[in-house]
Design a protein around this ligand. Sequence first.
Ligand SMILES: [Zn+2]
Length: 198
Amino acid sequence: MLPKSIQTAIDALSDLPGIGSRSAERLVFSLLRNQTGLSDRLADSLGKLSESVRECQACHNYCESELCPICQSSREHKRICVVESPIDVLAIEKTHEFKGRYHVLHGVISPMNKVSPDDLRIASLLQRLQASSETEEVILAMSGNVEGEATALYLTDQIHRLTNIKVSRLARGIPSGGDLDYLDVGTLSRALIDRGEV
Ligand SMILES: [Zn+2]
C-alpha cells in the first residue's frame, strides 16, 4: 500500500493525456528522489497556470494580458489563420511561413462529444471578420480528421455567407487525423505554401 500522498500524486499525473499509471509512478518516484526542489518548482509553476493564463481578447490564444504578443505586434492584418488549439499556433510559428494573425477555436465541432459551434470561439471569429476591413484571406488550418473537416466546412459556409473574404485551406499532405503539432516543420510549411482557396 502506497502512502496516500504518493498515490494522490500518481492518480493526478495519470489523468494527463499520454501518461499511464506506470509512467505516473515512475515520475512520482523520480520526483521524490530529486534533491533540487523540482517538485516544489513544478507545484509552484503549475499552481500559477490557472490564475495567470487567460485567453487573448482578440484571437483567444493563451496569454497573460488582455491581448497576446502576436495581436499586440505589427504583424499583418491581411491574413488570419484559424486553428483548433494554442499548440497549433506554436507549430505554425515554427515554420516562419506565416506573417499574419491567428484565431484559436479551442476545439472542433463534434456531435459525438456534444461540442457544437456555440461551444467554440466561432461567433467571435465571425464578428472579428465582419468588423475588419483589412482581412483579405482566412486560412483554415484544421486537422484532417472527420471533425476537423466538418468544422472547416461549417466555417467556410459561414464566412462566405457573411463576408467577401477569401477562404483557403492547408494543402493535402496533412495526415488524416494528424494534429498539426505532430507534423514536421517542412511538411507544415509546404501545406501552408500550397494552400488552396475553397
Ligand atoms: Zn491574440
